[in-house]
Design a protein around this ligand. Sequence first.
Ligand code: GDP
Ligand code: MG
Length: 161
Amino acid sequence: GHRRKSTLPGVREQTLIAVKPDGVQRRLVGQIIQRFEQRGFKLVGMKMLQASEDLLSQHYSELRMKPFYPSLLRYMSSGPVVVMVWEGHNVVQTSRTMVGHTNPVEAPPGTVRGDFSIHVSRNVVHASDSPEGANREIQLWFQGKELLNWDCCDQTSTYEV
Ligand code: GDP
Ligand code: MG
């Protein structure tokens, strides 16, 4: 049969977004999800868990020599996190822009960190920083069957297909 082919490359790009323990404690989960929904991205996986230090040491393996690494793992394992996979065109780069600079001091209003946080040690949310990093992190946090392949009814209003 006839199959339409998307004219936009990378519509299936995915990224890992996590509401960190401070964001969950401060009841910011809904507002953070809302920002990605209203932008037009598609939620394809989500769960709440208290992450182990083992999982977090793999997630943050690149930072193991940093002076703040032990306190980062303590903070990230201190309570539940909400981990999500969002999908869409250029989602990795766009979500980094939506989340804002690592240090909230540098994050402008309108970004998640610029609207909801003050200090780098409690910056509310995680977002993958590259497509390769996103794929690595998604495989670390999710099993394949936990990611749903579903059609968003407004696709033709979001993309030229
Ligand atoms: P991100 O990708 O923007 O989250 O930033 P990084 O990957 O560089 O760092 C991971 C996380 O470590 C950040 O989101 C912060 O929570 C924490 N972090 C980074 N730099 C610092 C720092 O200088 N001090 C402290 N206390 N935490 C930091
Ligand atoms: Mg990072």
